[in-house]
Structure formats: C-alpha cells, structure tokens
Design a protein around this ligand. Sequence first.
Ligand code: TRP
Length: 367
Amino acid sequence: MKVTPWEVSGEIDYNKLIKEFGTEPINDKLLARIKKHTGELHPFLRRKIFFSHRDLNWILNEYEKGNKFFLYTGRSPSGQVHIGHLVPWMFTKWLQDKFNVDLWFQFPDEEKFLFKEDLTFEKVEKTLYDNMLDVIALGFNPKKTKFLIDTKDAGLMYKPACEVAKKITFSTVKAAFGFDNSFNIGQIFYTAMQTVPAILPSILAGKNIPCLIPHAIDQDPHFRISRDVLQKLGYYKPASIHSVFLPPLSGPGGKMSSSDASTAIYTTDDAKTVKNKVMKYAYSGGQPTVEEHRKKGGNPDIDVSYQWLTFFEENDKMLKSYYDDYKSGKLLTGELKQLLVDKLNKFLEKHQANREKAKDKVKEFYL
Ligand code: TRP
C-alpha cells in the first residue's frame, strides 16, 4: 500500500494508516460529543467513512468556549471531478450548516501544473472553472464561503507562504512526500501554499482562529508539516478530520482515478453512461451463476456496488436490508447494481441541475 498526496495504490489498510501517520481514530465517545452539537450524525460519521482525526476534541473545546473555528478544504483543478471527490466536500457542507461556520476553499491551480509533465496553465484554467461548478453545486452558502485561487490570490498568499517555507527544510519535504533530488523546486515549495489557508483568516482578522480541515487521508502529510510549522510561527495547529476513499469501480486497491474512465463516475456522466459503467465495470462479490448465488449468497464486503451504496444510500435500514439480502442470495448482483444505478442517477440529476445554476454564481465566491 502506498498513500501520498500524489499517489495512492495497493490495498489500503486504514487502521495501519492511522498508526503510520500518527492520527487518532474517531471513536464512539467522540461521535457522541459531535452529536451533542449537531443533533444527528451524518451517515459518513455513522459509517466511519470519516474515520480519523487530529485535535478534533480541541476544536470542540474551543467551540464550546465560544471560540468558533473555520473550515478549510480544497481541490487542485485537473481533469474532471468524479463522485469520490465529492465525499469530503459533501461532509464539509454538512459541517458548515451544523456549526454555522465559514469555509475557505482553496483551488491551488499551480499544484497539478507543477506535478504533471504535460499540463499547461491554459488547460488548468478551463478545469478550474469546471471544478468550481461542482463545488458550488453542493449548495455552499456564498456569504460564508470563500474561494482562494492560488495564482489569482497570490498577492495575499505569498508572504505567509514564505514565512512558512522558511521553516521547512528540503529534507523534511523529502521525508514527508518521498521526493528526491530530481523533483522541481516548485514541487518542493508547494506544501507551503497548501498551509497558508489554515492561517489566512487569522492573519486577516488579526487574531488566531481555530481551523478544521476535512479531507481525504492522503493529504495528511501536508498538514503534518503545517501543524509543526504553524505552531512555531505562533498560530494554532490546524485540526483535521479524515475520510477513506470511495473505492474504484473496478475493484479493491487504490483510489478512483480521473484519468481512467473505468474506475470512476464523473459528475457530468449521463444516466446511460452511469448504467453502462456500473453494469460493465463494478467489481462484484457475487457468485458466477444465479443458481450458485441463490445457494451460497454474495459477499457485500468486497462488492463495490454495495460499498458505494454505503456512501450514497442514507437510509440505514435500507442499507442493512441490501447487505442481508445480498449475503443470503436473495438479492442478485444485477439487482444490486441496478439499486446503485438508480441512487447515483437520482443524485447526479440534481447535482447536474445545480451545476448549471452555479454558472451564474461563481464570482460571488471570489475573494
Ligand atoms: N492538494 C489537494 C488536491 O490535490 C487540494 C487541496 C488544497 C486540499 N488544499 C486542501 C485538499 C485542503 C484538502 C484540504 O486536490
């Protein structure tokens, strides 16, 4: 297994990641504490899709004292948004609503430019706009949400980025990200830019404000560095809450890839494409023949359609009945796939309509 911000491969053992990265698991006590404030738990919390954190208890301590936090997350524009990308953003939207807090959403439009040999800024700019539509479509409140675009907001970000960069050695970056001497100096500097949004609201307000970063676990190496450096610079260490990856359609191992259509469903896929992809590619835990399936039952724990339903079917009772029926052989693979297709298409129909409406709103989110 390999998990870095730029590469995820192999079969992922999330408990092992907690140990390797040195994060904390989200336990029932912490869930109960969150529930006290939110009234209900998001399915992503109930199902341990958000499974790990740093300093979440501290964020809640401060919140209970009246010291509100802000949220920070981001997306490096490159290629199309797939439904796996939406997972942390949907959860961020829920946190924003439940705690009534500001969100700073970073679009580091230089990141993938620096990391991908053949990517031009021209191409990045197009995907940036396109990616912003997906974020807005999730319903973020423009009055409480700010988009930070690295090349556009560089004037504001560069000074704090240098403060941060001055405290990070090349050997720290090498160790955290697995870089060697062949990496370009933009790549080496980049992590400083991803740290800045964790303090920019504090700098602008002239006082320290706690920061909570919801993100997929692969981004943790950045924020491990941020926490170390920001403390030295006199800021709070940012807290974080970490999600697993939506598994690739084609089976266990790695995460969905924007560049491999057989592993991912894009937010712009039409209903027919969704159905074709799921029917053709979704890795099945079923038996080779209907007779055998009826007799022995399927394995929902490795079945990707079932795994995806744990992300998209909010109703716990329905989900449990799918699990039980698939396991007993009552529910066939084709039927389970169809349940997923219906769920995804309902979700995407709404998302795509909101995405159209988002076209008039982009500027409202700019700084
Ligand atoms: N590096 C992230 C990506 O590749 C983008 C990003 C920037 C981000 N800031 C973030 C992700 C904060 C999560 C939280 O898409």
